[in-house]
Design a protein around this ligand. Structure first.
Ligand code: GLN
Length: 456
């Protein structure tokens, strides 16, 4: 813990931590020390970790990277971070992230950009760690903590993991409780671990997961011992390669990475089969209707009364002006764009044309996966991202759709509620990490982690 706290102070330039909590860390570390001397120390006893700012942590600023939650210190602890406390882990602080987890580069945060510890060859230009869990990815990659929590609504665990050479798993929807996690798009949001290895991810996911009566979408299923399932034996497993993920203009390095990954799994005894997921091309547009629709509804609660920031009012201002001024000041441009899109697609005149159509597309995407799994496929292998990490400013200043395209390989998994993992498997010509994604059957994270283990 002390080594991590020192490393965090020395790596301030990365801007990975939004709030440091050294007093809490040292207190929990010494409590863990005492437990470690006993017989029954829990799985993560004494392990220093970072918590994404989207998780409510009792008495500690929890701002979701937004100005509108300035000064908000929750009275309660999220179930996932409580599970981690109960397992003896040590919170070092809250990690920077895109505002309300909207973004793919950690450039929409009120705390400022996170800088990746990676560089392109000898080029010193700052790169993005990805987003929205950019602080988590940078902190793990730069050894500021042993692991971190992330959340993934459309790729926010898997894309930053791929950009920083770390491992990130988004579990099946319902595996981890969403209670106390600031809501973005409630039917898509899931928490998951971001770690240095597949084994660490297995250990941490088991701690984070589990039924919670406080989240009605949390599944009442036993959580297996994921670590014990890491045998590395994947003989006879059928791995599908979906042809729709082979996009025009895909960088050669990504093509090679994908082919090499398939070859590795084959060498380990798996059977590689070509598959089709025909509705893939509609996933991104459907996601960018559904996610903003849910976000616009979830974000209605930030009214300047219940939490955080309230704008200064002038004489004569009424409650409407208070809402308008507070929300105009408190939300950044990307969040405002999502609220605008979301309220538009939910409006009476356009509900059927956009929101309902997107929901029907979502069902078809889910069915594509169900058909493939019913035909005997055990897992699906795809690239995690369409490129390696890009430079800060390179995309955020362009058309927002350019940024949205980062999620092309990951949003399908959230729409279908499936588990997906990003595993670092190679470097591009400039030495930047690249990741492959494995998509698994619902509730079969153990199998998925084991296949990832064989790929690592
Ligand atoms: N980049 C996607 C978005 O901006 C996904 C974000 C996430 O998974 N939280 O919506």
């Amino acid at each position: 813990t002390q080594a991590c706290l020192t490393a965090i102070d020395a790596a301030g330039a990365l801007n990975a931590f939004a709030h440091k909590t050294p007093e809490i860390a040292l207190e929990r570390a010494s409590a863990a020390d005492a437990r470690l001397k006993g017989e029954d120390a829990p799985a993560m006893c004494g392990l220093p970790i970072g918590i994404k700012d989207l998780f409510c942590t009792k008495g500690v600023p929890s701002q979701a990277g937004s100005r509108i939650l300035q000064g908000f210190k929750p009275e309660y602890e999220s179930t996932v971070s409580q599970n981690l406390i109960d397992s003896g882990s040590v919170m070092l602080g809250k990690l920077n992230m895109d505002e309300f987890a909207m973004g793919s580069s950690n450039e929409t945060s009120v705390y400022g950009d996170v800088i990746s510890p990676w560089r392109r060859g000898d080029d010193t230009a700052a790169l993005t760690p990805g987003g929205s869990s950019g602080g988590s990815a940078a902190a793990v990659a730069a050894d500021l903590c042993l692991a971190a929590t992330g959340t993934d609504t459309g790729g926010s665990i898997r894309q930053p993991a791929a950009f920083t050479g770390t491992v990130g798993i988004k579990p099946t929807y319902g595996r981890c409780s969403r209670w106390g996690v600031v809501a973005f798009a409630s039917s898509l949001d899931q928490a998951g671990p971001m770690t240095k290895s597949v084994r660490d991810a297995a250990i941490m996911l088991e701690v984070m997961a589990g039924h919670d009566a406080k989240d009605s979408t949390s599944a009442d299923l036993a959580v297996p011992n994921f670590e014990a399932m890491l045998t590395g034996d994947i003989r006879g497993k059928k791995i599908g390669i979906p042809k729709e993920y082979r996009m025009d203009g895909m960088p050669a390095a990504i093509e090679t990475l994908w082919a090499d990954g398939a070859a590795m799994l084959k060498d380990a005894g798996a059977e590689i089969v070509d598959i089709s997921l025909p509705h893939t091309k509609y996933a991104l547009p459907a996601y960018y209707v559904i996610a903003p629709a849910e976000a616009s509804s979830n974000l209605a609660r930030y009214d300047g009364v219940r939490y955080g920031h309230r704008a200064k009012l002038e004489a004569g201002d009424g409650i409407t002006e208070m809402y308008e001024k507070t929300r105009a000041e408190g939300f950044g441009p990307e969040v405002q764009r999502r609220v605008m899109v979301g309220t538009y697609v939910l409006s009476a005149g356009f509900y059927d044309a956009y929101y309902n159509r997107a929901r029907r597309v979502r069902t078809l995407i889910k069915k594509d996966f169900e058909d493939v799994f019913a035909a005997g496929v055990d897992a699906i292998l795809t690239p995690a991202t369409p490129s390696a990490a890009f430079g800060l400013g390179e995309m955020i200043d362009a058309d927002p759709v350019q940024m949205y395209l980062n999620d092309v390989f990951t949003v399908t998994v959230n729409l279908a509620g499936l588990p997906g993992i990003s595993v670092p498997t190679g470097l591009d010509a400039q030495g930047l990490p690249l990741g492959l994604q494995l998509i698994g059957k619902p509730w079969e994270e153990g199998d998925l982690l084991n296949t990832a283990y064989a790929l690592e």
